[in-house]
Design a protein around this ligand. Structure first.
Ligand code: SF4
Ligand code: SF4
Length: 709
């Protein structure tokens, strides 16, 4: 009985042929709207510059499918929203597959080949699965509505930090309307689908093949019983069914037609964005193509097709807005708003049939869709936005490309301009003579090898702050003593080393960066060594991820990995244990940029300290505020600095004694913030190297003369 061909649903049951034709006319019109909209979107992306992300397509596709099936980017740091989205996503996908299966049989297989399969057991299981899918969809949508309406999350209110309320571009109520229209349309499609199912059951309640199998559509059956309970007859159910059928059908067709023109398109753009994600986005910035006359983005058509795709992939979830340290301290920057402004501008200019001549990115103008210069300079290039974005939007490369344009036009803070000139002249940001680069080593009781003259096992790339800043020089000397005590064969480039260029590049001064990178690559290539070590995460990042694009591929380690191995192998003997209660600040360029989360923590535990994590740690660490060249740009007087914000976070840890850092710039930023935020005397800021040094007892002078391994 249960496999009878009579157990099925008759499509368009009791409809006049004219009504069926009319429905098909609407259906084709919806598909035509969808195709045209998709064509204009693709035309828009094709108006962007090329991007070389086409390699390993199969691998990219599999990775994207895995990301979508696991929802791993959506559940991070917001499990409830991620799970609600999963209900909507899987419910929607199953309902879409179900509708496609019906179309396949009704419009193709049966009329052309006489093949039928949508009946009996298959039909019953199909009904059950789609019923549950509809339920999941509605449950997810209700939670999303609850979140928007009652939780009133700041990240969803679209308040702009870069515009004043009186600015015509401040108001984003159209976004809110679009969000609600999206949620209501989907929920109405779901609810009317269930009521339609129930009305059909009541209408055909005399038919045993329909009524006796109703529990395979449990939600529809429950509503059908409710309808009968309130006295609905088969006749009134039949009338209700016809009206609802048209409402439900036309709403669903409108939804399809509007996909390319509304937020709904994120179904496709977010998937494509995930598929073309660059795992090194922001860690390795794009080179200026040899045939390009000027660096950076001047017009909207300078963006690559992938950048334009990212603008459309943004779902306005606000996660980047919430994670951004600049936004957290009141700077006029929200990574979400940068993306949305550019999206508005791209849509205004690139959706037209003819490409307009003036599609310039106006950094001074107040026109809608423009990103202000102050906004671009507020960025710390900390990657918090890129890292948390669930749909793989890559904000930082776009921001840096726009900064390149500002630098070319000389639109920057005087101090920054002066620092760049200083680096150009002296090769370091302190304006010191090259010969003084290793002056910190002169009081050491042992000689450090010159790696330019003799082979070494480890070549130590020191970096500007560790070389010239007096407070950091103490740490640098302590690290030299540790390496020497462990019998490591190491050496320096001395005056052959220049600023590594990481922050120069993130400022947008690409010409100077190329000069610094190629000079350092030349110096390093002239030496004989096994690997590079550095105490500076900024140098670590650019040498590791960016120098290969300029012909310099070197193995490089952050000192925390080297010291951890030395302690584990017994080469570095800790003479005493510490019992401090400490917290650890992940430097952006070590942690988020290069996943170096564990080695510093392991060392802290080896030292005997009790590690208490701050709320924001590891990939969610909070930038000290120095990145992206911001160490060379003064913060506005009277405003909170990211480093002060971080001090407050550490300050709530009961009994905290030491705030541990492992980056020279962090040491500078946080020691300053400790004083200005009122925590001086409550706890201290220390480099991890200083804690290790405290566990050492240098009884005798060991001269660094170990042979190359
Ligand atoms: S990189 Fe950091 S500072 Fe810049 S927009 Fe992203 S989160 Fe904000
Ligand atoms: S850019 Fe990404 S994280 Fe930011 S609002 Fe858009 S989707 Fe969310």
């Amino acid at each position: 009985m249960t496999n009878s061909t009579e157990i099925t649903r008759v499509l368009f049951e009791n409809f006049q042929p004219e009504a069926i034709y009319l429905f098909y006319v609407f259906g084709y019109a919806a598909i035509a709207c969808f195709i045209y909209g998709t064509y204009t979107q693709i035309r828009k992306y094709r108006r962007g510059k090329p991007d070389g992300s086409w390699g390993e397509l199969l691998h990219r596709f599999i990775d994207m499918v895995k990301t979508m099936l696991t929802h791993r980017t959506l559940v991070r740091r917001d499990k409830k929203a991620g799970r609600a989205h999963a209900l909507i996503f899987f419910g929607f996908v199953l309902l879409f597959i179900g509708t496609s299966v019906i179309t396949l049989e009704y419009d193709i297989l049966e009329p052309l080949f006489g093949i039928r399969f949508w009946y009996g057991q298959f039909y019953l299981w199909f009904s059950l699965i789609l019923d549950l899918a509809g339920l999941a969809l509605i449950a997810g949508l209700i939670y999303m509505m609850y979140r928007r309406k009652w939780l009133k999350l700041p990240k969803l209110d679209y308040a702009r930090p870069d515009r004043k309320p009186e600015d015509p571009d401040y108001d984003r109520s159209n976004y809110r309307r679009e969000d609600w229209a999206f949620l209501w349309t989907l929920i109405l499609i779901g609810i009317t689908g269930f009521i339609l199912e129930a009305a059909r059951l009541v209408w055909l309640s005399d038919n045993p093949t329909v009524w006796d199998t109703r529990m395979w559509s449990p939600v529809g059956a429950a509503i059908a019983h409710l309808m009968q309970g309130i006295g609905m007859t088969p006749e009134s159910a039949s009338s209700l069914r016809v009206g609802l059928w048209w409402f439900h059908g036309l709403l669903a067709l409108s939804f399809v037609a509007l996909i390319p023109y509304t937020k709904v398109k994120h179904i496709f753009t977010a998937s494509a964005s995930l598929m073309f994600r660059d795992p090194l986005a922001g860690r390795r910035l794009p080179k200026v193509p040899d045939d390009q006359e000027s660096a950076g983005y001047k017009t909207i058509t300078d963006l690559t097709w992938k950048n334009l795709l990212h603008l459309d992939a943004c779902t306005k979830c606000g996660r980047c807005h919430e994670a951004c340290p600049a936004n957290a301290v009141g700077a006029p920057l929200s990574p979400r708003d940068v993306i949305l402004s550019l999206r508005e501008f791209a849509n205004q200019t690139l959706n037209a049939k003819e490409l307009p001549k003036a599609a310039e990115l106006d950094i001074h103008g107040k026109a809608p869709g423009q990103v202000f210069m102050e906004t671009l300079w507020s960025c710390r290039t900390c990657l918090a936005c890129v890292e948390i974005c669930p749909v793989a939007v890559e904000h930082v490369p776009i921001i840096v490309q726009m900064r390149r344009n500002l630098v070319e036009q000389g639109e920057m803070e005087p101090l920054l301009e002066k620092t760049l000139q200083t680096i150009h002249k002296s090769g370091n940001s302190f304006g010191e003579s090259k010969r003084k680069r290793a002056a910190w080593a002169k009081d050491l009781p042992f000689e450090i090898k010159d790696a330019r003259k003799e082979p070494v096992d480890l070549l130590w790339f020191v970096g500007d702050y560790a070389s010239f800043d007096p407070r950091n020089q103490k740490v640098t000397r302590a690290f030299a003593k540790l390496m020497n005590a462990a019998g490591v064969d190491f050496g320096l480039l001395f005056e052959g080393e220049m600023n590594a260029g990481n922050d120069v590049r993130r400022v947008g001064e690409e010409g100077l960066y190329e000069f610094l990178a190629t000079s350092n690559i030349q110096s390093l290539s002239d030496c004989e060594f096994n690997s590079i070590v550095t105490t500076d995460p900024h140098s670590y990042n650019t040498i590791r991820n960016e120098y290969p694009d300029f012909g310099g591929s070197f193995e490089i380690q952050h000192y925390s990995s080297v010291v951890k191995s030395l302690i584990e192998s017994g080469k570095l003997k800790l003479k005493k244990k510490l019992d401090y209660r400490v917290t650890f600040h992940d430097p952006c360029h070590l942690g988020r940029f290069n996943k170096g989360y564990d080695a510093p923590r392991d060392i802290i535990k080896m030292l005997g300290c009790e590690l208490v994590e701050m709320g924001r740690n590891r990939d969610n660490s909070f930038c000290c505020g120095a990145g992206g060249g911001r160490i060379w740009i003064p913060d506005p007087v009277g405003s909170e600095k990211p480093s002060q914000n971080r001090m407050k976070e550490a300050g709530v840890i009961e009994g905290l004694q030491v705030f541990v850092v492992s980056c020279p710039k962090d040491l500078t930023m946080f020691e300053d913030a400790l004083k200005t935020s009122g925590y001086e005397g409550k706890f201290v800021v220390r480099e991890l190297i200083e804690l290790i040094d405290e566990c050492m007892e240098y009884e005798e002078v060991v001269v660094n003369e170990t042979e190359v391994a």
